[in-house]
Design a protein around this ligand. Structure first.
Ligand code: PLP
Length: 439
C-alpha cells in the first residue's frame, strides 16, 4: 500500500522511472511523449547534461546557506542574468521555490509598496475570470476560477474579477479584434472606479492564459490599454508569467510581444525546467527603492528562498534559453506546431479553436463547431481525452471549465523546446488516434 497522498485518491498512477529528451518511461518501460512538459515545466526535455552538471557542481561546493546570513554566487548570477533579459524597468529578483510562492511575494510586495509610499488604503486586487495564479490562499483568491475558489471562499482576501481577453468566445460579431481588446480592457477602468481608485492596489493577469483556458493569447493592443489604465490610476500591474514565461511563447518574457512591462512579475516552471523547484518575483527599481528608502525590510520570506542549488540549475536553464537560442526555437517550432495542428484538426467537427503562441498551444473542444456549444459538463470530455492520449503514449494537459469554470473543455500542449519536425508529426498523429477513439 502506498503512503503517498495523491491528487485524486482513487487514481492508480504508473510509476515514472526515467526521462530522456522528449520522453518519459514508466517502470513497465512504456514510453510517453511529454507533450505538455508536465504542466509547461520541462522546457529543455529530460536528462539535460548541462543542467545536471551545474547541479552536481553546485552541490559539491555549497548546498545551502540561509539568506538571513548569506547571499550566494549562484543566486547573484541568476538574478543578473534574469534582469539582463527582463522587460525594461525590472531591476530586482526575489528567488522562491515555485509559482504560488512567487505570486504570494508579488502580492505582499505590492501591498507593502503602497504602505511605504503613504497610500495604505490601497489593498484591493483586480484580476480576471478564467485565470489561475496558484493554490496558496493569496494566489488562489487572486485567480478567477470559481470552481477552485469556492470551498475556500470564506478564507479569501478581497479580490474582484473582470472579463478575460478571450476573443474566441468574447468578440462580438462585426467587432474588430482590436476594438474587442479595448472594450474588455476598459472593464478594468470601470472596476477601478466602482471600487474607488484610491483603494485599488494591483491588477493581476497572465499575459497568455494557461491552465484554466488553454493558451489564450490577448488581442493586439489589449495590454497596452491595461498599462495605460494602471498608470492613470496608480495601480500596479502584476503579470503572472509562471506558465507562459521563460521562452514558452517564443520570447523570454511573454509580455515582450505585447509591448508592455509590468511593475512586478512572477515566474517559475520553465525557470527550473523541472530540474529544481524554483520560482522568482521580479520588481521595478521604483518599487525596490520605496522599500530601500522606507522601512528597509521586505516583510516576507521562506526558509528556501535563494536556494544555491536551485539557482545554479536555473542559471544553466536560462543560459540555454537565452544564449543558446532555445526561446527563439520555441517561436519557430511553435509556428510549425500550430500549422500542423491546423492541417490535422482545422476542420475537425469537435475542435472549435486552435490557438496560442510559441510552444504554448491550446485546442478548444466543442460539441458543435458552428454554434461553439460545448459538450455537457457531466460528460467530462477532457477526462476521457486525458485517458485516451495517455494510453496512446502522449502526455498533454486536458482541462474542463474552459468557458466559465464549469463548462467547456480544452487540451493544452507545451512540449519541450528541443522537439523536432518528426516529434510534431508524432504528437499530431497520437492526438488524431485519440480523437478518433473518443469522437
Ligand atoms: N500561476 C500560473 C499562471 C500557473 O499556471 C501556476 C501553476 O500552474 C501557478 C501560478 C502556481 O505555480 P505552482 O504550481 O508552482 O505553485
Amino acid at each position: 500500500m502506498s503512503h503517498i497522498f495523491p491528487r485524486h485518491t482513487k487514481s492508480d498512477l504508473p510509476t515514472a522511472a526515467r526521462g530522456e529528451g522528449v520522453y518519459l518511461y514508466d517502470t513497465d518501460r512504456k514510453q510517453y511523449f511529454d507533450g505538455s512538459g508536465g504542466a509547461a515545466v520541462s522546457c529543455l526535455g529530460h536528462g539535460d547534461a548541462d543542467v545536471t552538471a551545474a547541479i552536481k557542481s553546485q552541490l559539491e561546493t555549497l548546498a545551502f546557506a540561509h539568506t538571513s546570513f548569506f547571499t550566494s554566487a549562484s543566486a547573484e548570477a541568476l538574478a543578473d542574468k534574469l534582469i539582463a533579459n527582463a522587460p525594461e524597468g525590472l531591476d530586482r529578483v526575489y528567488l522562491v521555490s515555485g509559482g504560488s510562492e512567487a505570486m504570494e511575494a508579488a502580492l505582499k510586495l505590492a501591498r507593502q509598496y503602497c504602505i511605504e509610499i503613504g497610500q495604505p488604503e490601497r489593498h484591493r486586487i483586480i484580476a480576471r475570470r478564467q485565470s489561475y495564479h496558484g493554490n496558496t490562499l493569496g494566489a488562489l483568491a487572486t485567480g478567477g476560477n470559481m470552481w477552485r475558489r469556492e470551498p475556500f471562499a470564506p478564507m479569501m482576501i478581497e479580490t474582484t474579477h473582470i472579463a478575460p481577453c478571450y476573443a474566441y468566445r468574447g468578440q462580438a460579431t462585426g467587432e474588430t479584434a482590436f476594438d474587442y481588446g479595448q472594450r474588455v480592457a476598459n472593464e478594468l477602468e470601470q472596476e477601478i472606479l466602482r471600487l474607488g481608485p484610491e483603494t485599488v492596489m494591483a491588477f493581476v493577469a497572465e499575459p497568455v492564459v494557461g491552465a484554466t483556458a488553454g493558451a489564450v493569447p490577448p488581442v493586439d493592443g489589449y495590454f497596452k490599454r491595461i498599462r495605460e489604465i494602471c498608470d492613470q490610476y496608480g495601480v500596479l500591474l502584476i503579470l503572472d508569467e509562471v506558465m507562459c514565461g521563460m521562452g514558452r511563447t517564443g520570447t523570454f518574457f511573454a509580455c515582450e510581444q505585447d509591448g508592455v512591462a509590468p511593475d512586478i512579475t512572477a515566474i517559475a516552471k520553465g525557470l527550473g525546467a523541472g530540474y529544481q523547484p524554483i520560482g522568482a518575483m521580479l520588481c521595478s527599481a521604483e518599487i525596490y527603492r520605496a522599500i530601500e528608502d522606507g522601512s528597509g525590510f521586505f516583510q516576507h520570506g521562506h526558509t528556501y528562498i535563494g536556494h544555491p542549488v536551485a539557482a545554479a540549475a536555473a542559471l544553466a536553464v536560462i543560459t540555454k534559453l537565452t544564449d543558446g537560442g532555445l526561446a527563439k526555437r520555441a517561436q519557430v517550432m511553435g509556428a510549425k506546431l500550430q500549422s500542423a495542428l491546423e492541417d490535422a484538426f482545422g476542420q475537425h467537427p469537435h475542435i472549435g479553436d486552435i490557438r496560442g503562441r510559441g510552444l504554448f498551444r491550446g485546442l478548444e473542444i466543442v460539441e458543435d463547431r458552428e454554434t461553439k456549444r460545448p459538450f455537457a459538463a457531466d460528460r467530462s470530455i477532457h477526462k476521457v481525452l486525458k485517458r485516451e492520449t495517455f494510453a496512446a503514449g502522449l502526455i498533454c494537459y486536458p482541462m474542463g471549465g474552459t468557458i466559465d469554470g464549469r463548462n467547456g473543455d480544452h487540451i493544452l500542449l507545451a512540449p519541450p523546446f528541443i522537439l523536432t519536425d518528426a516529434h510534431i508529426d508524432e504528437v499530431v498523429s497520437k492526438l488524431k488516434q485519440s480523437f478518433d477513439k473518443v469522437f
